[in-house]
Design a protein around this ligand. Structure first.
Ligand code: FDA
Length: 304
């Protein structure tokens, strides 16, 4: 009961515009530096280098979402272009993750697609890949429509499917051949569109992972759940699915021992490395997911 209240509070805070705006001025607080790799590209690239040295590959995410002015969306687009250029210049092993609402999806679809094309052109030039993160349900269909449109020109773009959505299995079938990151889902969604029960979400998660792996498509399994990871390894072995057809992904600062163990076992392990001043919404969602994270947040509250 208490856990549910705190989860809902964090999820509510994650989408509160005033708090997100205020937090930009605070700098990384409440222990956020455990899970956010600094405020600048330079600090994030440094962290990526360090992770690469340990055998981990990365995906960088310049934090930001639900942007409501064209100016901000253009700034975010430029920042993403610069991030790709910095990755190439530094020679680090990282691709890029972006959110459509950061690029102006809530302002205009065409404007957002034009911004995305600028990013994908740079990714093409620098031989890199861009993942469109999946946001809340209200942006799901339009994100998939945009992905399909972009795939007509670019082969270096993929997206994310959330297993809590009833539609996930059909979406995975429709996107056969496109590289997908499969996750459980991080937003608060209505029972009209999403499973609410962990058991149902986990079952659907394994179902869509198996489906995408068996189709021969490249699959990223993004989860900190040791049970899911163990089942994926077992399934891949049983079905003779080669290690180079899938990768595991985890968030920066989470289960670092398990990340390194997967590398030692010969699996590709990608760390999602968020950075930038728009850290609040991301951080609140992480607190909502795992009440234990609140402990380090509270420590951070008193240490800074
Ligand atoms: P879950 O939170 O269900 O935990 C299952 C079990 O694993 C726990 O009960 C516990 O035993 C163990 N566990 C989990 N975390 C642990 C920890 N830190 N330490 C110890 N044990 C732990 N979501 C979305 O909606 N859109 C997106 O684009 C993305 N992108 C994305 C990228 C990457 C790389 C990751 C890892 C995740 C996302 N997500 C996401 C978030 C995702 O949807 C989901 O909310 C979180 O990953 C939490 O679910 P898990 O599968 O990690 O396990």
């Amino acid at each position: 009961m208490l856990a549910e209240i705190s989860k809902n509070t964090f999820l509510y805070a994650s989408q509160n515009k005033a708090l997100n705006k205020a937090a930009k001025k605070w700098g990384l607080r409440f222990g956020a530096s455990h899970v956010v790799a600094g405020m600048t590209i330079e600090s994030a690239i440094k962290k990526v280098k360090h992770l690469n040295e340990k055998g981990l590959v990365c995906t960088l995410d310049h934090l930001g979402e639900f942007v409501s002015s064209k100016e901000e969306a253009l700034e975010a687009t430029d920042y993403n272009v610069k991030t790709l250029e910095s990755i190439a210049r530094a020679g680090v092993n990282s691709n890029l993750s972006v959110k459509m609402t950061q690029l102006g999806l809530d302002i205009s679809r065409d404007f957002c697609v034009a911004n995305m094309r600028k990013i994908l052109d740079t990714a093409k030039k620098t031989n890199n890949f861009v993942r469109i993160d999946m946001e809340d349900y209200s942006h799901c269909q339009i994100t998939l429509d945009i992905l399909k449109e972009l795939r007509e020109t670019y082969d270096n773009v993929g997206t994310v499917i959330q297993s809590y959505l009833y539609r996930a299995e059909q979406d995975v079938k429709d996107l056969n051949g496109i590289p997908l990151r499969l996750v459980k889902g991080a937003y608060k969604e209505s029972p009209d569109v999403a499973y609410q029960d962990k058991k149902d979400i986990d079952e659907n998660y394994l179902r869509i992972i198996k489906e995408h792996l068996l189709s021969g498509s490249y699959t990223a399994i993004a989860s900190h759940d040791h049970n899911i990871i163990a089942k994926v390894k077992e399934f891949a072995k049983d079905q003779n699915i080669p290690n180079n057809q899938f990768e595991f992904q985890m968030l920066y600062g989470f289960r670092t021992d398990m990340q390194l163990n997967l590398v030692r076992e010969g699996y590709k392990m990608r760390v999602y490395v968020p950075f930038g001043d728009d850290w609040f919404g991301y951080f609140m969602r992480r607190l909502a997911e795992r009440p234990q994270n609140v402990a380090f947040a509270l420590k951070g509250l008193f240490s800074k």
